[in-house]
Design a protein around this ligand. Sequence first.
Ligand SMILES: *Cc1c(COP(=O)(O)O)cnc(C)c1O
Length: 490
Amino acid sequence: MEKVWQEPGDSRRHLLMERSVAGRVGCSLPGLDVPEQPMPSAGLLREELRLPEVTEPEVVRYFTLLSQLNFSVDTHFYPLGSCTMKYNPKVGEAVASLPGFAQLHPRQPDATTQGALELMHRLQTSLADITGMTGVSLAPMAGAHGELAGTLMVRAYHHSRGEAHRKKVLVPDSAHGTNPASAAMGGFHVVAIPSDRQGNMDLEALRKEATADLAGMMFTLPNTLGLFDPNVAEICDIVHQAGGMVYCDGANMNALLGRVKLGELGFDVAHLNLHKTFSTPHGGGGPGAGPVCAGPTLSPFLPSPVVLKEGSRHKLGRPPKSIGKLGGFHGNFGVLVRALAYISLLGGQGMREISLNAVINANYLLSRLKDVYHLPYDRRCMHEVVLCARNQRAVGVKGLDVAKRLLDYGFHAPTMYFPLIVEEALMVEPTETESRETLDAFIQALREIDREARENPDLVRGAPHSTPISRLDEATAARHPDLRWRAQEQ
Ligand SMILES: *Cc1c(COP(=O)(O)O)cnc(C)c1O
């Protein structure tokens, strides 16, 4: 990695603008074959917005080198807990690029988009089957968007029964951070339920909060400690008896696929992240999809559109008591294509193998690392393991330092300092697509870093040493982001 910017003759030209030489041209345009037009008025032309003058090979080299500075699932092991950075099979890209899918226009009449509607219908049916739910809307475009849909559905349900006073939503302290935010955006008042010493929801605290103003609960399963709460059915019962609805944050179904159906556990509504479990590319804020799935009570409230099948024809429809639309048109269609390709490629048996291998891989890391990195909840984990840097902290090396040092070993950092209830948390999600060799190399790196922390803590505290920029001042980077080149700074 350290060689990346060392082209011949290149001192430190990190920005394309710094490579500009007057008169160099990177493209050739055909001769003018339309009447020449005057330039816009001077007020619209800003002289200070100069463009770099560079040749085509310089542009290609610049962006290719830049792309090599990235960590990605196609280049590196990326154990970012909760984010499920699994391999994205290339066949999904091939299918999504087929002109019949890629060149559809959302305003085309239904008669000309039957194939696309059938694809959406098949995906709805597959996800209903996987979750054991009755209805599915593919409209939400992210996990948190699916959560918002779910909370609005719960609100509409209570309002439809004349129970608008139900304003309290319970959220365990091991839930994903988006859960309390979504409940608050849905107009609810959030009450946290603590975890017990085993990392399960504290049932006594839950019973106390199961009162007449209860609207429901948002429950991340497995929770963000990477644990399956064995009391899930009882928890759903307690909420139901108080008249509430139970939401499952199923963003990460990697541990549960083909093993357990959310509907059968007692959940009323759930979302899935196609860009995690169903392996559509994500990161960098790119398009995602967070379909929302509901049982019989809440299905009438699903967001529109949903795809309906009448005989052999498909059409867009609106559930009878729908909360309405969440965005323009049909959701992120290209993501839906890739997800159905993935599900079809693997089939039911393949889904079960995903969960089997995701859980084995996480537990392999757990058992090979827990003697060195403290394991706050010492029990079998699901698709991810939450370790912590408590032992390293004792010699002055923080979780952040361990994560930065991993970059020097060629690994993306795990999720850090989350969940909040674990100090110095390192949340590691290997996913099912990694080989034994990769996991062993990662284990070895983490064990090496632990040794370094004790023998040469400054080495770890100063990491990364192999990247073009070492540590940013993160507060300044967030408050005064430097996002564009300015001439005066040259
Ligand atoms: C990623 C994640 C979310 C949020 O999904 P986005 O698509 O980023 O909005 C919610 N819950 C859990 C458990 C997640 O892992």
